[in-house]
Design a protein around this ligand. Structure first.
Ligand SMILES: NC(=O)c1ccc[n+]([C@@H]2O[C@H](COP(=O)([O-])OP(=O)(O)OC[C@H]3O[C@@H](n4cnc5c(N)ncnc54)[C@H](O)[C@@H]3O)[C@@H](O)[C@H]2O)c1
Length: 316
């Protein structure tokens, strides 16, 4: 199978490319990535010499390029996005452009080429849930411009399935963590600042709750959906490991041997969702379950940031 992977020089995309080339010895991967601040060729160092891998610097909003690249592939897995909620609050236009217009351009290219489409989405499209968990049938109720742009993209993908019969799946993931996550996101930001002896800014009172999935578990889930997912379906993907932001920061500090006095509570993010929680029965029915527990995943992550200081220092 030949895959076009968009946003493959970013965090989850680059881990997914490693995963696919390692576990499917006859698959080829083309990555298209604009190399925004969040993407880096160093994220693809493990595969750059692999003859089954090709990298193209480009923008998913370039429909002609999307079409050319897809003509050599069986399907597209769309990771490319603007992904940081805080940035979406300050410059929502970038999010509308890449996450909605970009997804639309890719959909057009896939429709014309008759290719399958896998959209990587987020738990944030459902909005906040005080109790219980969201199923795939729940309505979308996004809070931030980021979440709204991802929700709009999901709706476009579904519309292309219903209107044009485009074969597709949508994967809605919870918070991921692991190596190569840009140090603006909670866990790597806290690790980087703690290692520099700087204060750790924590929104509000730190009691917002998130589910945390180790990135390799997420990649394995996407791989499973690629092979076993039913056409036209949405799949939630989460480990079910739920912690407050304060708890995850405490766990991280413990592993670094640093104290809680580094934490500094700062004014809450506007529109900050209290809690995300996903019901993943559809995915577990396909045979997926997380293999990494929080302790192992967090240890692996902290070790990677400690050993790759120059990677994150370049990005701060
Ligand atoms: N990280 C998470 O916790 C998480 C959780 C749920 C869903 N997701 C989704 O997974 C996907 C990947 O997230 P991530 O954390 O790896 O993001 P990331 O920010 O680390 O990487 C995004 C990548 O997309 C590229 N990109 C941005 N705009 C582009 C464009 N116009 N054309 C081509 N490439 C472009 C960037 O250069 C970067 O390499 C996103 O769609 C995100 O919404 C992420």
């Amino acid at each position: 199978m030949d895959l076009l992977v968009t946003g493959g020089a970013g965090f989850i995309g680059s881990n997914f490319v490693d995963y696919i080339l390692k576990h499917h010895r006859d698959y080829k991967v083309i990555v298209i990535d604009k190399l925004t601040y969040a993407g880096g060729l160093d994220n693809l160092a493990k595969v750059e010499d692999n003859p089954r891998f090709r990298f193209i610097q480009g923008d998913i909003c370039d429909e002609k390029l999307d079409g050319e690249l897809l003509s050599d592939c069986d399907l597209v897995v769309n990771f490319a996005a603007q992904t940081h909620v805080d940035r979406s609050i300050h410059s929502p236009a970038d999010f509308v452009h890449t996450n909605i217009v970009g997804t639309h351009k890719l959909l057009e290219a896939a429709r014309r080429g008759g290719k399958r489409f896998l959209q990587v989405s987020t738990d944030e499209v459902y909005g906040s849930k005080e109790e219980g968990s969201f199923t795939e049938d729940d309505p979308l109720n996004p809070s931030s411009p980021y979440a709204a742009s991802k929700a709009a993209a999901d709706l476009l993908v579904l519309a292309y399935h219903r209107t044009y019969g485009l074969p597709m799946s949508i994967i809605r993931c919870s918070n991921n963590y692991g190596p190569r996550q840009y140090p603006e996101k909670l866990i790597p930001l806290m690790i980087a600042r703690a290692l520099r002896g700087e204060k750790l800014p924590l929104y509000g009172d730190g009691t917002n709750r998130r589910e945390w999935t180790y990135v390799e578990d997420c990649c394995r889930g996407i791989d499973l959906i690629l092979h076993e997912g039913k056409d036209g379906q949405i799949y939630n993907l989460s480990s079910g490991v739920e912690l407050t932001n304060l708890q995850i920061v405490r766990e991280t500090l413990n592993l670094l041997g640093k104290g809680e006095e580094l934490i500094e509570y700062v004014e809450d993010r506007p529109g900050h969702d209290r809690r995300y929680s996903l019901c993943c029965k559809k995915l577990t029915a396909l045979g997926w379950e997380p293999r990494w527990n929080l302790q192992e995943g967090l240890e692996q992550t902290v070790r990677w940031y400690v050993e790759n200081k120059e990677w994150w220092e370049r990005r701060l």
